[in-house]
Ligand binder design. Structure first.
Ligand code: C2E
Ligand code: MG
Ligand code: MG
Length: 714
């Protein structure tokens, strides 16, 4: 083969190679202008081939900076240094084209050693790049919901907190856990569960519109939201409430109606944690407390929660043997016929006398029992005990027993009821089971079946706590209830002018009448409430105005003389109770810090006791602890008691309590020369303001010595 033939063969091979798309070539002259570039590049960039020629090489490619090699390099720099380069990742410098290449170049010199340009080659790495990008997306985002994943949220939190510490800015973290998600997953299947999570994610995105916020799914039904620059607990409480509301609206999943709830825990940096781990732990603890508080709630972190969590754990532990140790008993609260004041039934209510904690409320231990899987045993016991007690009473008084949704959806439940009736000999129509709306949250067969078997037994069914949950009147038509119990939440404030509850109760009463159901109003305490219930036609009343829950002995005694009537006795008007708190707070005046007792607390003010001769109009700073300071003015003053009004009203803390909107920032404490830590209980916030510290000047007000007073009283 001649040299010319060889040359031609080489050219053909080159063309073939270029056409195969496996790679391409380029060459430039001494001025750095393109003198050769493979045809396929023009095609790839959708431009005429001539347009690529005679251009500066660096006008075609942009060097992708490699984040890992810290060396700052640019293509023009490399070219002007006449260096060889290999496998540089570059991007096409043409708008609208997502094309990446890996290019190499070798400088060329003539026989005299003069630089004459570059020759090089390249390969298309666009597909590889895209799959790398997808992989990194996969590594940072949750593929189901598209939200950030745990990894990304952790990274984001860490970098935010680092940056914010230097800038002394605040950042809030919310932890969200779905209530009852497991039930949906178990009854409707994983696919339905996945669909539900997707819809929850969309709702969260619609609630959180704030710039700079990020929503993540940490796994399962656990979500997290990062809210930079937010430390206003009023605003955060509103957001948490909105989240709970939005998540709790019904969902349509594969043709079924599904309702879940949400619990939210909130912690704010630097108050509740300085580092990411500490902050997340605080938010987790707040979430745990909100779930323990009965679900569908939010909670702010506070250092009290550690003790509360400990108490909850103790309650859970001790609850396991409470039955065996005879600490559990039943109280019975009379239910009265409105028109005759006659007791026509009683509701059995679980009571737990704990050896150390005293009486633990069922509102506290029932949710714990449900979560810990102990409700079955407790519920069965209550059912048997109530039936046995009622069977012994003279007459035909009805007994109502509360049934947890967890207990009700247990397949063996109808069997337990049959047993309890058989063992006691109680007539089925004297037993009434109180169920709550939450059993309807899923359309499912188990619920329908349980209803039919109970109806077959002949027991009565009451819908408890109506008005607290989802309150859809729709299901009343299909579920065979004998009674609706209107929750005390509906009764509260019903007599106040402008209350809508009056109209709602009136609607419930007429609906119940039409469906041949009884109505019981719960929690009636005052005569004005009782009067209104009579006027609205509510058939039965249960509440302190007639009787508190009573020990079994008192019921048996009352029934001895045949009929049992009770005269209503109570205040004429319902007075919303001021939250009585009775705790120590600090009172700062000039440079003195006094310790006083807080007698009650409302959003706008507090009653304190402990100082004497304080004139009206005097201003104090109330120190509630943990950085919560409120400026207050004395509005009333008598002896050692003062009524204070806050300059800025307090906000809900999610747990039925109140807290200040803002707190003293730990950054300020740093300024006072202390180390940056989250707020500690009892921490002295202002130098020289330690409890009991004597200031520079004489204290202006005399302090009442509580202990001395207590001794005198004793
Ligand atoms: P519930 O079934 O709605 O019971 C009525 C609650 O209202 C009782 O609280 C009762 O003491 C209270 N109450 C009655 N009248 C008044 C009033 O005039 N004013 C006020 N402020 N409260 C009144 P209790 O005994 O603390 O029970 C709380 C909840 O615990 C019950 O609410 C029920 O949901 C649950 N519970 C109690 N016993 C059982 C049980 O045996 N099984 C199950 N699953 N839950 C139970
Ligand atoms: Mg009840
Ligand atoms: Mg109730």
């Amino acid at each position: 083969m001649t040299a010319e033939q060889q040359h031609e063969q080489a050219l053909l091979l080159l063309r073939d190679y270029e056409d195969s798309g496996a790679g391409w070539f380029w060459a430039s002259n001494a001025e750095g202008r393109v003198i050769y570039i493979s045809q396929c590049i023009a095609q790839r960039l959708e431009c005429p081939h001539v347009e690529l020629l005679d251009r500066q090489v660096q006008s075609l490619f942009i060097l992708e900076r490699d984040e890992n090699d810290g060396v700052e390099r640019t293509l023009p720099l490399l070219l002007s240094a006449r260096k060889t380069f290999n496998d540089l990742a570059v991007r096409a410098a043409v708008e609208g084209h997502e094309v990446w290449w890996s290019i190499s170049g070798r400088p060329q010199f003539d026989s005299e050693g003069t630089f004459i340009g570059y020759r090089g080659n390249g390969t298309d790495i666009t597909a590889l790049r895209q799959s790398q990008r997808d992989a990194s997306r996969l590594a940072e985002y949750d593929s189901l919901t598209g939200l950030a994943n745990r990894h990304r949220m952790g990274k984001r939190l860490l970098s935010t907190l680092n940056a914010y510490q230097a800038a002394r800015r605040a950042c809030a973290v919310m932890m969200i856990d779905l209530d009852r998600f497991k039930q949906v997953n178990d009854t409707l299947g994983h696919q339905a569960g996945d669909e539900l999570l997707k819809q929850v994610a969309q709702r969260l995105q619609s609630v959180i519109a704030e710039k700079g916020c990020e929503i993540g799914r940490l796994g399962g039904d656990e979500f997290q939201i990062l809210l930079p620059d937010l430390d206003d607990r009023g605003r955060l409480g509103e957001i948490a409430q909105k989240i709970i509301q939005m998540v709790s609206q019904p969902y349509q999943i594969e043709g079924s109606r599904v309702i879940i709830g949400a619990s939210v825990g909130v912690a704010i940096s630097p108050y509740d944690g300085v580092g990411a781990d500490e902050l997340v732990r605080s938010a987790d603890l707040a979430l745990y407390a909100s779930k323990g508080g009965g679900r569908g709630q939010f909670r702010f972190y506070s250092s009290d929660l550690h003790a509360e969590a400990e108490r909850r754990r103790q309650i859970e532990d001790d609850l396991r043997d409470a039955l065996a140790r005879n600490q559990i008993w039943l109280a019975y609260q009379p239910i009265i016929e409105t028109k005759s004041d006659r007791v026509i039934g009683v509701e059995s209510l679980l009571r737990w006398t704990h050896p150390e904690l005293g009486d633990v409320s069922p509102a506290v231990f029932i949710p714990i029992a449900e979560e810990a899987g102990l409700i079955g045993a407790l519920g069965d016991w209550a059912l048997k005990q109530a039936c046995a007690d009622a069977a012994r009473w003279p007459g035909t008084l009805r007994v109502a027993v509360n049934v947890s949704p967890v207990q009700f959806t247990n397949v063996g439940f109808a069997g337990v009821v049959t047993q309890a009736l058989a063992n006691s000999g109680l007539e089925p129509e004297r037993l009434e089971l109180e169920l709550t709306e939450s059993i309807f949250l899923n359309d499912d067969q188990v619920t329908d079946d349980a209803f039919s078997s109970l109806k077959l037994l002949g027991v009565r069914l009451a819908l408890d706590d109506f008005g607290t949950g989802y309150s859809s009147l729709g299901y009343l038509r299909k579920a065979p209830f004998d009674k609706i119990k209107i929750d005390q939440g509906f009764i509260r404030g019903v007599t106040e002018p402008g209350s809508r509850n009056r109209a709602i109760i009136s609607a419930i009463v007429s609906l119940a009448g039409a469906l041949d159901m009884d109505t019981t109003a719960e929690g009636i305490e005052a005569h004005d409430e009782l009067g209104l219930m009579r006027e609205l036609g509510v058939k039965q009343i249960q509440g302190y105005i007639y009787a508190q829950p009573l020990p079994e002995m008192m019921v048996a005694e009352a029934l001895e003389d045949g009929t049992w009537t009770i005269k209503p006795e109570g205040p004429s008007k319902y007075r919303p109770e001021r939250r009585t708190v009775l705790r120590k707070v600090g009172l700062i005046h000039e440079d003195h810090r006094y310790e006083v007792t807080m007698r009650n607390l409302s959003r706008t003010g507090a009653m304190i006791e402990g100082l004497v001769d304080v004139p009206v109009g005097e201003k104090f700073v109330v120190d509630f602890g943990e950085g919560q300071l409120a400026v207050a003015e004395v509005r009333r003053s008598a002896g050692a008691m003062q009524g204070l009004e806050f300059e800025t009203p307090l906000v809900d803390d999610g747990a039925g309590g109140l807290c200040t909107r803002h707190r003293v920032s730990p950054y300020l404490i740093v300024q006072a020369g202390m180390q940056l830590t989250a707020l500690q209980p009892g921490q002295s916030l202002l130098p020289g303001m330690m409890p009991g510290t004597v200031g520079l000047s004489m204290p202006k007000f005399g302090q009442v010595n509580e202990r001395a007073r207590g001794n005198r009283a004793a």
